[in-house]
Design a protein around this ligand. Structure first.
Ligand SMILES: [Zn+2]
Length: 116
């Protein structure tokens, strides 16, 4: 949870004050540990902030929980982050991308190679 995500949630909650689900989400989000954004400047689009935070290697070893299919597709293209989402109230881990599968196969193959 970054400052950009929190700001977006607060903005959405202020625009939809009767939306109890959003209100509960904001309340739960306030309990989650906040991390510092990896970009400079002020707040940016939360999706961009998440992608920026993960970077090319996901060095922070984070996972992303989102039901936003566009964000999931963007994250799949990076191929270094586990993605979780809800389908009919069941938490599901997204299938690893082809890119990630290939990386893992190469890594496993290298483990079998003799070292000098
Ligand atoms: Zn940010």
């Amino acid at each position: 949870m970054t400052k950009c995500i929190m700001r977006d949630l607060e903005h959405a909650a202020s625009q939809n004050k009767e939306n109890l689900e959003l209100k509960a989400t904001l309340k739960a989000a306030k309990l989650i540990h906040k991390t510092t954004c990896n970009h400079s400047g002020g707040c940016i689009d939360p999706d961009e902030c998440i992608i920026n935070f993960i970077g090319k290697r996901n060095e922070e070893k984070v996972f992303v929980g989102t039901n936003d299919s566009n964000l999931r597709n963007s994250l799949r293209n990076i191929g270094v982050v586990p993605i979780f989402f809800f389908r009919k109230e069941v938490l599901i881990m997204d299938q690893p991308s082809d890119q990630l599968e290939l990386k893992m196969q190469i890594k496993e193959k290298l483990k079998l190679e003799p070292t000098i």
